[in-house]
Ligand binder design. Structure first.
Ligand code: AMP
Ligand code: ZN
Length: 447
């Protein structure tokens, strides 16, 4: 289903937990308040918040009387988690902890989150809710093509898939040829991967002559990195599947924070488990309804490592209108970038996702690209390296020049910067199995 297609019949949408997913807003907010009080109680058991919350006048859950009191709680940032490493945010004795996970470290040294048994159970429930809400059920075969280990995407989705009752294949990331073999042998119907790995899988399938008809894939969950609507469509068209956007972060357990339903139009933030706010990252004040800003999340579903008002650095906004699926939990727009991945090129602010949008909308272009920023004299120089699609031949210079020119002009029209464009053969640019590294910024940091 595309976001603008006709309204589906009422029985089209399936809910994992109908009572919670469709509860009225006043009931949902009452539930949030109750859970926030509990989260504050857990927080006050950690060395970090025991020091921080009383300074803001919060000495016990009694000090939280309405949801508006959330604003009295100071923000928690990534550097706080690093400073509290290893146990400053632990609320329970170590013998109560059964698992730890860490952030993937895309933005620096990892931060660690601990789970007790109850935490794992609740987290699994949220992931199962997401998976089931895309139309999956126990008849599905789920191949989890993402890194297992400290990263939450592997074990988080694995447990959620089992909870739904699907047959889960823990294939992990990488080893592309083996991935199709598994899909063919076991009749995989749904996969989870980063969007870049899905594109990579598709291009290898094509180059190895694996026919689409030899696999029975229907759906993919794609997340862990920002991607555009055009990238989603491209994956959907190439693989002939439905792609659902999956958002999460280790500080909020991992996957299962916000997910698209079958309407595929925004990600429902599970507000019985997380409180979401959108703030202006400069003034730290809330933005107006529907405006874009930094997402701040409070975890209402974890005891061992309570985290309140976490500044995610992710840029998004809430839809103001309700979803056709009947769920009452608000929807987030696709993450467009982070407050910290913004590039300033010769004084112009741009997001890598803007360049991606332009490239991925072009049919002649392949699945991989790299944005390179360097100094040339005193000026910044932007180079966009792009793999060409299979129909373009590298030894025929006329169409290549035309394509190079087209990409350059379209990027310039979008971001006002005139980039240098380099075309590369399919498969020539580096591919990572985890999160794709799309930007190479070699400018000296202190100039
Ligand atoms: P980690 O804690 O390592 O799981 O990284 C979490 C970060 O990955 C988030 O804060 C986002 O910046 C990014 N991320 C995860 N899922 C998505 C998604 N669906 N779209 C955009 N960015 C995402
Ligand atoms: Zn919905």
């Amino acid at each position: 289903m595309t976001p603008t297609s006709l309204t589906p019949p009422p029985d089209y949408f399936q809910y994992w937990n109908p009572e919670i997913e469709t509860m009225s807003r006043p009931e949902l907010e009452a539930l949030q308040l109750e859970k926030l009080k509990i989260a504050v109680t857990w927080a006050l058991r950690t060395p970090f918040y025991r020091e921080r919350l009383p300074k803001a006048g919060i000495n016990s859950a009694e000090d939280i009387k309405t949801l508006a009191d959330l604003k009295r709680i100071p923000f928690t940032a990534k550097h706080d988690l690093r400073e509290a490493f290893p146990y400053g945010l632990l609320s329970v004795p170590k013998e109560e902890v059964i698992r730890l996970h860490a952030s993937s470290g895309t933005t620096g040294t990892p931060t660690t989150i601990y789970f007790n048994r109850e935490d794992i159970k609740k987290w699994t429930g949220y992931v199962a809710r997401c998976i089931y809400g895309t139309g999956c059920n126990k008849a599905d075969v789920f191949q989890n093509m993402i890194t297992y280990g400290l990263f939450t995407g592997g074990l988080g989705f694995h447990a959620g898939g089992e909870e739904v009752g699907m047959l889960v294949i823990p294939s992990g990331a990488g080893n592309t040829t083996r991935q199709f073999r598994l899909m063919q042998d076991f009749g995989t119907t749904v996969v989870h991967a980063t969007p870049s790995f899905l594109l990579h899988v598709e291009s290898i399938m094509r180059s190895e002559g694996v026919s689409r008809d030899s696999i029975c894939l229907k759906r993919a969950f794609a997340g862990a990195e920002p991607y555009s609507e055009d990238t989603r469509r491209r994956i959907e068209d190439l693989l002939k599947i439905d792609v659902y956007n999956s958002y999460g972060l280790s500080e909020m357990n991992g996957p299962g924070v916000a997910f698209e339903c079958q309407a595929k139009n925004g990600l429902h933030l599970w507000e019985d488990g997380y409180i979401g706010e959108i703030i202006n990252p400069d003034t730290l004040e809330p933005v107006k309804d529907g405006e874009t800003g930094e997402l701040v999340l409070t975890c209402l579903c974890r005891e061992a490592t309570p985290i309140l008002r976490y500044r995610t650095r992710d840029l998004s906004s809430f839809y103001t209108e309700p979803c056709v699926c009947g769920r009452t939990h608000r929807r987030l727009r696709r993450i467009t970038g982070r407050t910290d991945d913004m590039l300033i090129i010769n004084g112009v602010n741009i997001f890598p996702s803007q360049i991606e949008e332009v490239i991925m909308a072009m049919g002649e272009v392949g699945n991989n690209y790299l944005i390179v920023v360097e100094k040339e004299g005193v000026l910044d120089r932007l180079t966009v390296k792009v793999e060409v699609g299979p129909d373009i031949f590298m030894d025929d210079s006329r169409p290549l020049n035309a394509l190079r020119d087209k990409i350059r002009k379209t990027i310039q029209a979008s971001i006002t910067i005139n980039p240098r464009v380099e075309l590369h053969e399919s498969g020539a640019l580096p591919i990572s199995e985890g999160k794709a590294k799309r930007v190479q910024d070699s400018r000296p940091k202190d100039v």
